[in-house]
Design a protein around this ligand. Structure first.
Ligand SMILES: [Zn+2]
Ligand SMILES: [Zn+2]
Length: 289
């Protein structure tokens, strides 16, 4: 198990216009190729909508692609993002899980917009206009932030996230999410590989997942931890590596690239080839190439 971030390999955590990224799947593959990455994974929030375009681009541009999704979950009072790789997208249980999440996310975003519209010049329509792929985009707070920027309230998305769209704002409504155990089970049932994204990022959670929570998830079938991510501080990386060793979890890395939507640079964190090969061995569907 590598204990230092790999210098070459795959970026296993990338977002496109099919969730809150600003680039298309084809642009993602193109940029990964020009950077000399060994491959790239698409991991849009709670959707597989970008898989087809990404697969076609991977084939055309001769860069291997791993198909994945970042799933929002809840573990007690901790909001957890889980990366799911190479699962069968036709599996009924996992389709139902996404459908339920997407429906409740739309409802929750509508409620937040209704609250914000009392004080700011935005509407549900102006938020919908910020989604690049219409109803195929997983809608959420980034699109509210973009609508506030378009209305001239904030200069950019980050300013909106620091104020009206923040989790501490009076307009905030939490996303209803499945439990981490449900997600691990659903991904396993669909033949995929589950990894906790940015597993110890204090800027996202005041309370981090405890050793006991991670141990329980490992016992329930969790495959790995995303250790190499800009959000995990040094001391937390050491804790995560120790847990990975103890519970035989895979160690992955990814940039959490969002195109121009976030400062994260494609390929800034990577997963080594041996770990990618193990994910492929466990997965239900092959890489695209
Ligand atoms: Zn995330
Ligand atoms: Zn992400």
């Amino acid at each position: 198990m590598p204990t230092r971030p790999p210098q070459e390999g795959w970026d296993l955590h990338c977002h496109t216009v099919f969730s809150d990224g600003t680039r298309t799947p084809r642009e993602m593959v193109q940029e990964a190729k020009s950077l000399g990455l060994h491959g790239v994974a698409i991991a849009d929030h709670d959707t597989t909508a970008g898989w087809e375009e990404a697969g076609q681009a991977s084939h055309d541009l001769h860069l291997p692609l791993m198909r994945g999704t970042e799933i929002t979950a809840q573990d007690g009072n901790v909001s957890v993002h889980m990366l799911a790789y190479l699962y069968d997208p036709r599996n009924r249980h996992i389709c139902d899980l996404f459908e339920k999440t997407r429906r409740s996310r739309v409802e929750r975003t509508k409620k937040m917009v209704a609250l914000l519209a009392k004080d700011y010049p935005i509407s549900w329509q102006s938020v919908l206009e910020q989604t690049k792929e219409g109803s195929r985009t997983t809608i959420g707070r980034p699109h509210i932030a973009d609508a506030l920027v378009a209305a001239g309230v904030y200069a950019n998305r980050n300013e909106a996230f620091a104020d009206a769209v923040s989790t501490h704002s009076k307009y905030y409504i939490p996303t209803p999410s499945p439990s981490t155990s449900e997600v691990v089970r659903a991904v396993e049932g669909a033949g995929g590989v589950s990894v906790i994204a940015h597993a110890a990022d204090p800027s996202r959670n005041r309370v981090l997942l405890s050793n006991e929570q991670i141990a329980r998830l490992a016992d329930e079938g969790l495959d790995g931890l995303e250790v190499w991510h800009r959000g995990n501080p040094e001391d937390q990386r050491a804790r995560l590596l120790a847990l990975a060793q103890r519970y035989h979890l895979l160690v992955t890395g990814g940039s959490d690239w969002h195109g121009a939507g976030k400062p994260n640079a494609l390929g800034e964190n990577l997963t080594d080839d041996a770990t990618v090969a193990e994910i492929v061995r466990r997965g239900a569907i092959p890489l695209c190439r």
